[in-house]
Design a protein around this ligand. Structure first.
Ligand SMILES: [Zn+2]
Length: 106
């Protein structure tokens, strides 16, 4: 039976995701916790700068290359079976909403 990648929805604590998230761009990744750049996304278990251990991965390429979305998801799942792939736009939107809430509650 062929396998397919389907997006699922699950509740997360945003701070917990941010603390352990590797965001990958076209070539390298960055740490969501400390914004360290140039991290090898296929290799790094932890951030070389702040030492956070990655548990989640999000890819900007999935947004910029929607037709390749599921190929990219498969490649990430093969290369980083230790990380949970989350949707970058979902994360970004939730982080933006939280920043706005924090700002207005001051
Ligand atoms: Zn870091």
């Amino acid at each position: 039976m062929g396998q397919h990648y389907l997006r699922t929805y699950k509740a997360f604590v945003l701070e917990e995701v941010k603390k352990n998230l590797l965001i990958i761009g076209d070539l390298t990744g960055n740490c969501a916790a400390c914004n360290e750049l140039g991290i090898n996304a296929y290799d790094a278990k932890a951030c070389p700068q702040c030492g956070t251990v990655f548990k989640y991965i999000a890819s900007r390429r999935l947004e910029t290359h929607p037709s390749e979305r599921f190929q990219l998801a498969r490649r990430l799942a093969e290369k980083r079976p230790d990380l949970l792939l989350i949707d970058y736009l979902d994360y970004q939107k939730a982080a933006g909403d939280k920043a706005a809430r924090d700002f207005f509650s001051l």
